[in-house]
Design a protein around this ligand. Sequence first.
Ligand code: FES
Ligand code: FES
Length: 171
Amino acid sequence: MRIGINGTRRELTVPARELLLDTLRDRLGLTGAKRSCDVQVCGTCTVLVDGEPVSSCTYLTCDADGREVLTIEGFARSDEFAQFERAFVDRAALQCGFCTPGFMLTLKALRDAGELRDRDDVIAGLDGNVCRCTGYKSIVEAAEALAGEPAPAAAEARAGGAAASGSRDAA
Ligand code: FES
Ligand code: FES
């Protein structure tokens, strides 16, 4: 099968029942997604498949055939990640960091979908992510800060649009 992993097309042959979490961690060395509950409850194994968050502990790798998978390693190469990192670090929204990749990718998917607008969205959207360290207050605050900020690409597009309309006005 062919799966896009963090922007690179990979040819993989795996057993039909192999889980995406095992493929990522054991075959590809991408250990950012973590195994914890193993039953789709805690969100530590969250990755994005075609932009949608999935629990990779219960998602068959073969179901990702022809799709694009984004893990925290891929996200960490983006300008947008720097924004997330700042929001989390400024508010001390992590302690051991075990859950953090899952929280960040869930928040990215929500924001990309326009479903991260306010505190209510944050609370509802993070319903499937568990943290055993922070008590959630700081994570919710970081997520609210991200809700109030456009992604870097969106901000650039808006700035470009404003410049374009400015020049139209000037003409
Ligand atoms: S390890 Fe996958 S949801 Fe908990
Ligand atoms: S920071 Fe330790 S589990 Fe969330």
